[in-house]
Design a protein around this ligand. Structure first.
Ligand SMILES: *Cc1c(COP(=O)(O)O)cnc(C)c1O
Length: 358
């Protein structure tokens, strides 16, 4: 039997595991921060029409530069951004992979502050970029001084920040981003996958783009828009950054169907984003309920909550699964992450928590 070990695999990929949040068929799935609400009927109809209109022309390649979609995305972001500042791909994961291909890669380094999004080091590995695992503070916070000291030590070619941070949920203090931009000569990528869920008054890094050509903000339609299955992520940056990623993107990477579906979804954004407030309410309910019973919880600006388990988190994760509630072990000892779903899912989680947590 041939296994991976028998193949002439790249040495730097040997022994690595693929990204693998379990996709289990259980009643309550709160493990990958999806939006629990299905796409509303009116939006299903609009997307269906838009996709239908493309079908006869599928003999032709799609618009390679997705200009109409990028124009719509820029309009959604505001901040005076235009299509020239925006780039789109099949999920923000692909956008970040393209950024690593363009600005990092073999002989170069990327740095991130863990615990953070587990895909950042995996994307670095896939692009032959050496990963530098910098750390957040013991309370999962990150101060400007701490961030700058670690960047000065390693001088990375690309820095990942994640705000609100996955898995801790907390948004970045803007002074940290200012300090990081001043401390590095490399690219600074702020992953804002959860920006739409931030508490009022939380600033986006979009506001800093004008003066900072090495700053890139990545966003996604996978979370707040409830469009994870549609695969659409994007970035906003100086137009020169868009020129750079076009050097490495596959031609026609974004299918005509994806472009049409994403444009239709964006046009219906009021209906899609209507779930955001309901989800934030459930997030705050989880935080409040867990704290009221004495469970330690990290502040959350996202659609998920990181909470302390007291005991070995993998056993606690299994105990939730045994009660039909799938949550996420993000590999942070003594902590687990739960997605804020609909009210019934939240109730199922909190009922299980009452039985399981001390
Ligand atoms: C979910 C998530 C994404 C989304 O990735 P897509 O490829 O756009 O689905 C990006 N960054 C973080 C931190 C996430 O948690």
């Amino acid at each position: 039997m041939t296994t991976l070990d028998d193949l002439p695999l790249r040495d730097d990929l040997r022994g690595k595991s693929p990204y693998g949040a379990p996709q289990l068929d259980v009643a309550v799935r709160l493990n990958t921060n999806e939006n629990s609400y299905p796409v509303p009927d009116a939006v299903v109809e609009a997307i269906g029409k838009a996709v239908q209109a493309e079908l006869r022309d599928l003999n032709r390649y799609p618009d390679r530069d997705a200009v109409a979609l990028r124009t719509d995305l820029a309009g959604y972001l505001g901040h005076g951004l235009t299509a020239a500042h925006v780039w789109a791909a099949n999920g923000s994961n692909e956008v970040q992979q393209q950024l690593l291909q363009a600005f990092a890669g073999p002989g170069r380094t990327a740095l991130g502050f863990g615990p953070a999004y587990s895909m950042h080091p995996l994307l670095a590995a896939g692009t032959g970029t050496r990963w530098i695992g910098a750390r957040r503070g013991p309370d999962f916070g990150l101060t400007a001084a701490d961030a700058v000291a670690q960047i000065e030590e390693h001088q990375p070619d690309l820095v990942f920040l994640c705000s609100p941070n996955n898995p801790t949920g907390t948004a970045l203090d803007p002074s940290v981003l200012d300090a990081v931009l001043a401390a590095t000569a490399g690219m600074v990528v702020v992953d804002e996958a959860y920006a739409e869920f931030a508490r009022p008054g939380t600033p986006s890094a979009l506001g800093l783009l004008a003066g900072h050509p090495r700053l890139v903000v990545t966003r996604t339609m996978s979370k707040a828009f409830g469009f994870a299955g549609g695969r659409l992520g994007y970035l906003a940056a100086h137009p020169a950054v868009v020129d750079a990623v076009q050097l490495v993107r596959l031609p026609y990477h974004l299918s005509a169907l994806t472009q049409a579906a994403a444009r239709a979804a964006l046009a219906e954004r009021d209906a899609l984003l209507a779930t955001v407030d309901a989800i934030k309410e459930q997030r705050d309910r989880i935080v409040g309920s867990l704290r009221a019973r004495g469970t330690e919880v990290a502040d959350s600006d996202a659609n998920f909550v990181l909470f302390a388990t007291a005991a070995d988190q993998s056993a606690v994760w299994q105990a939730f699964l045994d009660r039909g509630v799938l949550i996420r072990d993000v590999g942070v000892p003594g902590w687990l992450r739960v997605t804020a779903g609909d009210p019934a899912e939240t109730s199922a989680f909190l009922t299980a928590a009452e039985e399981i947590l001390p």
